[in-house]
Write a protein that binds this ligand. Sequence first.
Ligand SMILES: Cc1cc2nc3c(=O)[nH]c(=O)nc-3n(C[C@H](O)[C@H](O)[C@H](O)COP(=O)(O)OP(=O)(O)OC[C@H]3O[C@@H](n4cnc5c(N)ncnc54)[C@H](O)[C@@H]3O)c2cc1C
Ligand code: FES
Length: 1285
Amino acid sequence: LMSLTVTSVRLTGTKYGCGGGGCGACTVMVSRYQPATKTIIHYSANACLLPLCQLHGAAVTTVEGIGSTKTRIHPVQERIAKAHGSQCGFCTPGMVMSMYALLRNKPHPTMEDITQALAGLCEANCCQANGAGDCCLNGEGSTDESEHEKPQLFDKEEFLPLDPTQELIFPPELILMAETGNPETLTFCGERMRWVSPASLEELVQLKASNPKAPLVMGNTNIGPDIKFKGVLHPLIISPTRVMELFEVTQTPQGVWVGAGCSLSEVRSLLQKLVPQFPEEKTELFRALIQQLGNLGSQQIRNVASLGGNIMSAYPNSDLNPVLAAGNCKLSVISTGGRREVPLNPDFFVSFGKTILKPEEIVVSVFVPFSRKGEFVRAFRQAPRKESSFATVTTAMRVFFSEGSRVVRDVSIYYGGMGPTTVSATKTCAALVTRPWDDETLSRAYDVLLDELVLPPSAPGGKVEFRRSLTLSFLFKFNLEVLQKLREMKMQIQPLPREIQPSLQEFQVRKYPSFKDQSVQDPVGRPIMHRSAISQATGEAVYCDDIPRTDGELFLVLVTSSRAHAKITGLDVSEALRLPGVVDVITAKDIPGKKVRTMFGYHEELLAESEVSCIGQMICAVVADTRAHAKRGAAAVKISYEDLPDPVFTIEVCGVFCFSLFSICGYFRIGNVTEAFETVDQLYEGEIRMGGQEHFYMETQSMLVVPVGEETEFKVYVSTQWPTSTQDAIAETLDIPSNRVTCHVKRMGGAFGGKVTKTAVLASITSVAAWKTNRAVRCVLERGEDMLITGGRHPILAKYKVGFMNDGRIVAADIEYYTNAGNTVDESVLVGKIEKILLHMDNAYNIPNLQGRAAACRTNLPSNTAFRGFGVPQSIMVVENMVNDVAVVLGRPADQIREINMYKGPSVTHYKFEFSPENMLRCWEECKVKADYSARRRAVDQFNQQNRWKKRGMSIIPIKYGIAFAESFLNQAAALVHIYKDGSVLVTHGGTEMGQGIHTKMQQVASRELRIPPSKIYISETSTNTVPNTCPSAASFGTDANGMAVKNACQTLYQRLEPVRQKDPKGSWESWVNAAFFEKISLSATGFYRGPDLYMDWDKMEGQPYAYFTFGACCCEVELDCLTGDYRTVRTDIVVDIGRSVNPSVDIGQIEGAFMQGLGLYTLEELKFSPSGLLYTRGPSQYKIPAVCDVPLRFNVYLLSDSHNPHAIYSSKGIGEPVLFLGSSVFFAIKDAVAAARAESGLVGPFSLDSPATPERACLACASLFTQKIPASKPGSYKPWALNI
Ligand SMILES: Cc1cc2nc3c(=O)[nH]c(=O)nc-3n(C[C@H](O)[C@H](O)[C@H](O)COP(=O)(O)OP(=O)(O)OC[C@H]3O[C@@H](n4cnc5c(N)ncnc54)[C@H](O)[C@@H]3O)c2cc1C
Ligand code: FES
């Protein structure tokens, strides 16, 4: 369906984010008429996995169908836009359609319904959090009466009511077709496949008998990704979705037969309907299934994935199979040999993806029995993310007691995630059966289970210790529940307190405080909606790949290295060139100009010629008439290699022993650390490792290079943060002047630093293809390619030694940072892995003797690059961890140690930069007050005393973040403003829109300066032919720089109009503009901003590398399940000093989004590499970014009042990056909770917890009696599944 909507019907609202059902960007609504009940059903689904042939007779509604700016926008579209729920907007249509489908089924949904509907969307990163939190603007402390009023970010009264009678009707012709049509076999033939949809069970049985290898495609959620990502080809596909018997439900006195074709959502609804109809004791199994079904995949997946498909996929970590097997379910299967019943017992699952059924057998239905009196069934799962994530370990357990006794009559326990398929813990069951359910029996059972479910240390999936400990923890949890059920529970389990409300809370409606003497018309400082929010919500917003195909256009697919370090000994493209549609293969030899890009004196080949230094390095590119043909061509390119010795992957191997193969080292010192260490009361040495991060911009790297046709001129449409750099790179690569290349950026679907240098390289390669073929060439990376090729945030290993006094004063610290740079330098110096790390190693603290060393280590992994915060999130993490350790050593609360060491009064940083920390201290104090820190800290301690297996933790963290570029030349910006004769204004500036709302803010600036409403001002795009020589939109400096340039241009124009205004003071804007034209006054002006002359003298170790600091503080509380490592952020309070915000709603969106991205960095996101350097995590199914379920249950954002900043436009401050670090507050709260758990095991003192604090790390750090039972494998005695880079 996806390719139909995009290429044939040319509907661009349905977005392609991953292609595997993992991100929800492509959500549409499918509607079907059911003749039997004469009803229409609606459900949301992922267009990327919906086979077109399966939609015969169905109606599909895309975002374009429900509303548009040309007709009328739908209330859902209006709300998400006006309530500031859309930033980069790439996934907004997906969210809209998820909500729309929900409302079609349930016009009055509960908050739980809404969170469930949004659970399958990967957008908490940038957009989702916005609108989800309890956001408010802080007016307290001001003398202005009006500022005491609570701020209002949008007006609910303005919203259109939802009127279900106005919705689209189901096409009557489809009803007629369903009512009258004769069911007959449908056959569709494609280039390489045949799709047959039989109309009856008999026909299906015959078809399968004669084609036993052909898969039955129901939901396509297993077969689809296999075809797409593994290149599996099925010449014949059988689609049994029209065979009625597969959807029948029959109730019997023993239970219910459920059709194998029923979707998982239908199964859940059915069971939910049945549960209240029977006594509780009969529905134990039903309820366990309902629970697992609620957590399995996303709603879009559950709406299409079938019960039979889940069973027959036989995934190792299927959530349903352990429950069905533990619950003694059975299958009714059919083949030409007849029908038979097959129990789901320990023999059923044979190996990965295999069951004992014969290939020609078809599952018709599944029998789910009622439970009996004395029978208890429970299911548990632990997953990297709470929702929309395959489980790490999943289990179901059933016990049946002899009547009136605690003696076990029957028991079954199944696990998923503990081997290649669902496994039965048969020996453990044998240790339980016929024995009384008591401590002694259970204790034996744990030991048997430990021996029974063993994983080799290098087991696929890794996390071996954790997985093994989970098997024990789950049995323990089951024990607790059974005991509770038997009313003999001895342990106390506290329910969550009332204060924890559903995670999505509406904004508190408050009136926004106005600037004194500000005209009503002036939009600056007001919460203006993102200027493209409505277009984003209707799907009309144009992203790079939405630009219509031009005649003869080609698609480019890259061929990348499969070796980490090797010589290329052969490149054979002949087979690729023979394939249909393939036009050419581009290699380094085709590059007419510079074949390398040079950064800091290091060369990086655009396309590798003779040697490769990482898996994923680009070698050549195939261009073909379609994406599918180019993909096939790329797969046919043959490359032979000769491996080179000793590829280096980990920081240890490179960093510690070689220090740095790039020789990029930085050193910084203030005071005398060595001497100071002699004078302190205590010394402590620690170490922390922090993982990298994938940008996961929702729009992958995208570009379209169009040859103009004469004088080697090119128009380039590209998703980049830095159009000038792309222009320069293309010009150098093609050996043409820059004036022949024009780059255009309409908007980006997110960027986060990943669309600066990497995009320029990709665009250069694409331009070579366009130049060579003289045809337009498009390159849009698949999610997996993007993740493989483009790198991300630098992982880091840091070691520190800290000297402090017993009263808490830190006197000296010596810190070493080693970053994993990957195979090329990229931005490891300029953007600052080294610089920024060393400049921020003080964070908020005045440490008189401070020494830092940093090295960028070259490894054979894909090169890392800029990422929101540019090394600061790594640097400060180390410092805060060190301060935390000091607190633990001293046995004092961490917030006290932080306070003792903070800068106070007029201050000077370690690089001799003078500043006032007053607003930092105000943020800190205010955060403590707003969060009710002291009282809640006491409550947390009390909770921890009362609970053994659940612990709460709290932390409060400050930030001091330097804004602007230390490289002075980057602190400049230009703008071009045209006023047209009708009075409309076109603004162009050097900043690029990536969701951060820069165009909205520029519109506000122009509106204020020209004194006209924002509606008269338009911003079309950023382009190098309107504003040349731009600087990157990065370093949180976009608004500061471009705002001043726009202001400058507008002031020039306003001044030019002064004479006509004076001649006609009562005239209108339009009349003045018109008069100016006739008086030959130029209505076009450029604006320029020469930013601060910042510098850093690394020899003298001093400088002024920043224009000013953005300050903030964040307090978080978490609740941790010590048995599984699952945690929930109970509450977050953030206070940020952003001066006088130009647009509070946009800025709050940035704060919330950055916090969530930080939460992902420090607690969730894990990049996994194989021992040979291959990135395993190449899509949302393997790499989890925060989703709705991760948004804190209470999320308060406050903007510090009465803050002024003379260094930026209208006294505002940059905000894009700083708050990301505050996500670490969740990490430290988890660490605090872990410390409480360790104390129960008698473990006190500092302990190591690396970032991200995933459930695995948190659980193992808790050192519970179950994790302690797992013997650790000796490092070096085995090859781990994944590298610790
Ligand atoms: C993004 C995503 C997230 C997911 N998350 C989870 C999760 O958290 N937990 C979990 O358990 N699963 C999860 N899954 C897996 C999903 O539940 C299964 O892929 C799904 O249930 C398979 O059903 P289907 O109808 O889509 O199968 P299809 O892909 O249509 O078919 C799968 C296989 O089953 C066979 N088959 C189907 N029906 C029958 C039948 N009646 N008789 C015989 N053979 C049959 C087919 O021949 C085929 O080989 C996820 C999948 C995706 C894509
Ligand atoms: S593109 Fe379909 S779910 Fe991601």
